[in-house]
Ligand binder design. Sequence first.
Ligand SMILES: [Zn+2]
Ligand SMILES: [Zn+2]
Length: 340
Amino acid sequence: MKTIGYAAQAADTPLAPFAFERRALRPNDVAIEILYCGVCHTDIHMARNDWGWSIYPIVPGHEIIGRVIEVGSEVTRFKPSDAVAVGCMVDSCQHCDQCRKGEEQLCREGMTLTYAGRDRITQDITYGGYSKHVVVRQEFVLSVPDGLDLARAAPLLCAGITTYSPLRTWGVGPGSRVGVIGLGGLGHMAVKLASGLGAHVTVMSRTSDKEADALALGADRLLVSTDKDAMAKAESSFDLMIDTVPVRHDITPYMPLLDIDGTLVIVGHLGTLDEPSTAPLLLGRRRVAGSPIGGIAQTQELLDFCARKNILPDCDAAEQTKKVGLKGADDTAKQARLAG
Ligand SMILES: [Zn+2]
Ligand SMILES: [Zn+2]
């Protein structure tokens, strides 16, 4: 299938229109017309090869919302016109222990990334959602439940599942005390989801500038991390902290805020941190952890949860599209404008 998208041809060239082919449908494939695609910070890192594993040309985009236009002969779960979604991965080995328990993102053989990955059969480069169409095996296609706004749902596929997964892994529910460090794309989703799960949510930020935003998103309060007295008062008062800061930083000031056996989960930064003190770790049996997206079943659970609770990312796609007068799927990549 001929299609078009936006690609970077090298780390130092901007995105530009790119015509390419999507594969002919295999028996378990779903062909999707892409309606919306979120712009994730990872897209920028990958287009610029910040992590050293990009392959070119690169068509970014792994927060995809679309409609099924055709299905392969063995597809049972989808039919044309279904509203569907695709996230950060499009394949995995499907037989290792992790895949079998629905943790495809932890596949022992490595998940196949939605873009800048290699197709497991042909070794062709995978191309992402800044394009008009995508073809994905049905095991990696998600159903968009009725009632979820298609124009706003896309960031759930990456920012949403990245923050939802640790909340579920660490058993957050009514009464849990959750801290969210940083209030950007990931942080605002962490607040909405933790609050939706019934937790008491505190946003931690360097100034009080974002207090009104934090409260409007569902947080119970904002803690200014540069206020030493306030930080001292908050000692041992969190079960879980979601650290969404996207750059190198110092986690030491946050560690004493965890209660005994509490966990700080890093979801926003891939790379080195400032050297942390181990004292609060040892003395409070506290933990530092990391977490990457989530499995397919859990991503579906997230979409269903968000539809039920009417939780959506703050996103200006619809307004932007109207404002700049874009129309038609040819401009899909331009439509993909996400706040934060
Ligand atoms: Zn992403
Ligand atoms: Zn596997």
